[in-house]
Design a protein around this ligand. Structure first.
Ligand code: XMP
Length: 524
């Protein structure tokens, strides 16, 4: 991981005990200009503490303090002389290890819980006497730790905010990092700036200059290969390389799986050439992918086949073109490292495998010290800001997320070239209509899905069976939860008519009104 090097920049360190929302803590604070680093919760402070660390946050955890292998930080954190914020589990083990009692809560609280404030504390500055918090805990404090006082409690009488002045500790039973907690971002900002006195010194624009000089120093006269996926992250790395290095050293490879959106491959080529790309290799591997996918309907099987094929095409093409030494650049983000278990402690549940981190080519390159991951300290929204600063067009930087397996997980049932074409066309009509109506940027992710059923309709005087397209549009901050986008009925009606008029195979269009949870954003 690339740490943010300048010694003089203030930072808050988050100790990660495996909570799935841990990286949101970092993101919320960085959104307001204070630099944050997340480190595995049990790491020795000697590895991360310096005088630039102004405060420490202890994250939540799926564990209970009473579990035999519960993750604990080094006891030394309590004598480093900087304020500490404990969130949920972080509050509970500080209580448990400092003379208090934590027990299974008689009222397990999951979801919204009103909190009443009894006492003032700088962490609650600017918040009224009551607010709605988001809880997710089985354990709660029965008895306060030594020297502890209750600042706020829930309606069930559970301590919601406590302070231990002798340790410069403040603890929250709820999760301020999730958007459902009212004023949650303000609480985190209060901790960073009011309690810890950290200065707002973090900006992506400043970081850009540093990244470019780091890239130049690291690469020297070597060649760099970057695999472009069509997504925002690899496009931003490409733009960064093209800004930092002579174009002849940069080699950009794009594997067209045949499962991309309409016009995507051409659009990417155009954007990269506009930034000065000279060595651009567009590999048409649609036959390889579609042949292996023939007859496969199971979504996980589709994902596995696509992942394997991607690795094998990548290997074949790279060997063919790059026999000598080169660096491999990747668009790995901070969240990718955290989610794949690289950024968290041994207790962090592995959420999803990420091919950036796991593929054999990458592993071999990593062992040889030849992987370049310039975005590894950044969050997605910061990557978008960096992309704009580097001159990428808004059509690339603001593009909705697209899953690695592409249209294959949006064609329910077996994938064929014909079904890809039908879906590609429907998706393009839908997305263009959103752009024309000025709605594209209001929506976090929108796409069409081709269902594995046929439905009856009328064509002239006779009955006809046609394909069914489902439209999806959600608003979200990070894809972890999502709400349905509320279209005006006329807009949906217009899109449905355009799709059925222009694609003869499609007889019916439906709109998916499910939130996440319980549904996921993708259908497979
Ligand atoms: P779900 O469907 O899990 O999606 O609510 C959350 C976000 O992740 C994307 N997604 C994927 N991205 N490979 C990816 O690279 C995948 O297999 C995959 N599945 C879902 C999805 O598009 C959404 O943005």
């Amino acid at each position: 991981m690339t740490p943010y090097e300048p010694e003089q920049i203030d930072r808050i360190v988050v100790l990660d005990f495996g909570s799935q929302t841990c990286h949101l803590i970092g993101r919320r604070i960085r959104e307001r200009g204070v630099y944050v680093e997340i480190v595995p919760g049990e790491t020795d402070p000697a590895e991360w503490f310096s005088e630039t660390v102004k405060g420490i946050i202890l994250s939540g955890s799926p564990a209970s303090v009473h579990d035999a292998d519960a993750p604990y930080p080094s006891n030394a954190i309590y004598s480093l002389g900087v304020p500490i914020l404990g969130i949920c589990y972080g509050l509970q083990f500080t209580t448990h290890t400092h003379g208090g009692v934590v027990a299974q809560s008689s009222s397990r609280e999951y979801g919204p819980a009103p909190v009443s404030i009894h006492d003032r504390h700088p962490v609650l500055e600017g918040i009224g006497s009551r607010f709605l918090s988001w809880m997710s805990h089985g354990d709660a404090i029965r008895q306060l730790p030594a020297g502890g006082s209750e600042i706020a409690s829930t309606v069930h009488g559970v301590p919601a905010v406590i302070s231990i002045p002798s340790l410069a500790f403040v603890g929250l039973q709820f999760h301020p990092e999730v958007t459902h907690t009212q004023n949650g971002a303000l609480i985190l900002d209060n901790f960073a700036t009011r309690v810890c006195g950290a200065r707002r010194q973090w900006s992506v624009q400043d970081y850009r200059k540093q990244l470019e000089s780091e890239v130049r120093e690291r690469v020297g006269d070597d060649n760099v290969l970057l695999l472009i996926s069509g997504g925002v992250d690899s496009s931003v790395v490409a733009a960064l390389l093209l800004n930092a290095l002579p174009a002849e050293q940069i080699h950009l490879m794009y594997i067209d799986t045949g499962l991309m959106r309409k016009g995507e491959s051409a659009e990417i080529g155009t954007a990269l050439k506009a930034l000065g790309a000279q060595n651009l290799y567009l590999i048409d591997a649609a036959d390889d992918f579609l042949t292996d996918l023939a007859g496969v309907a199971d979504p996980e099987e589709k994902r596995r086949i696509i992942g394997d094929m991607f690795v094998s095409v990548q290997d074949r093409e790279v060997k063919k073109r790059f026999p000598g030494r080169y660096l491999l650049a990747q668009g790995t983000l901070y969240t990718d490292l955290v989610e794949s278990g690289h950024g968290v402690g041994r207790h962090g549940a592995r959420i999803k495998g990420h091919h950036n981190v796991a593929s054999p080519l990458v592993q071999a390159k990593r062992e040889a010290g030849l992987v370049l991951e310039p975005l590894a300290a950044l969050y997605k929204d910061e990557v978008r800001q960096l992309g704009s600063a580097l001159g990428l067009p808004v059509t690339v930087v603001g593009r909705h997320p697209f899953p690695g397996p592409g249209l294959a997980v949006r064609i329910l049932g077996a994938v064929t070239r014909e079904r890809c074409d039908i879906l590609r066309e429907a998706d393009a009509i839908y997305i263009q209509a959103l752009r024309d109506a000025g709605l594209y940027d209001e929506i976090w992710q929108a796409f069409a899905v081709l269902l594995p059923i046929q439905s009856v309709g009328v064509a002239g005087d006779s009955r006809a069976y046609g394909d069914v397209i489902a439209l999806r549009a959600v608003v979200s901050r990070d894809g972890m939860t999502a709400d349905v986008y509320d279209f005006k009925p006329d807009v949906l009606r217009g899109i449905a008519a355009a799709i059925t008029n222009r694609i003869p195979e499609v007889g019916r269009v439906v709109y998916d009104v499910s939130g996440k949870p319980p549904a996921t954003i993708e259908w497979e």
